[in-house]
Design a protein around this ligand. Structure first.
Ligand code: THU
Length: 136
């Protein structure tokens, strides 16, 4: 997939995800994650991971971004960018969370060790979560 053709807004998404990563609340893991979703009507909504002293309450950046967008009235998403230091792949819980909205969602995997504007890897959610559970 050619990134500029498949997702011309990838730079804006990357910028938003990287900026949100700076707000991560990650005092326990020190693992900061940023995410930004692109809504079908062209809006970009970002999120970061939010940890808690009761570890199991931690929320991943992807779910924060989607939830923030839903709260703003957007429920149709074409893409999400995930930014972190290293190789970012959404966890299993986030894959299931994302598939609710668009099984073919484009996912940008952005390693912040690379200079900004370095094209992130592009995958489809259906590649990361084949045969996903959905209520029929
Ligand atoms: N985390 C995310 O934000 N997204 C993922 O897809 C994987 C993990 C967060 C949760 C926790 O705050 C930290 O990364 C370490 O697991």
């Amino acid at each position: 997939m050619n990134l500029d053709v498949a997702l011309p807004q990838w730079r804006e998404l990357q910028t938003a995800a990287r900026a949100a990563r700076g707000n991560a609340w990650a005092p326990y893991s020190r693992y900061q994650v940023g995410a930004a979703v692109l809504t079908s009507d062209g809006r970009i909504v970002a999120g970061c991971n939010v940890e808690n002293a009761s570890y199991g309450l931690t929320i991943c950046a992807e779910r924060v971004a989607i939830s923030a967008a839903i709260a703003q009235g957007c429920s149709s998403f074409s893409a999400i960018c995930v930014s972190l230091k290293g190789i970012p792949v959404p966890c299993g819980a986030c894959r299931q969370f994302l598939v609710e909205f668009n099984p073919e969602m484009l996912i940008l995997l952005d390693d912040v060790n690379h200079a900004a504007e370095t094209p992130p890897e592009l995958v489809r959610l259906s590649e990361l979560l084949p045969r996903a559970f959905r209520l029929s």
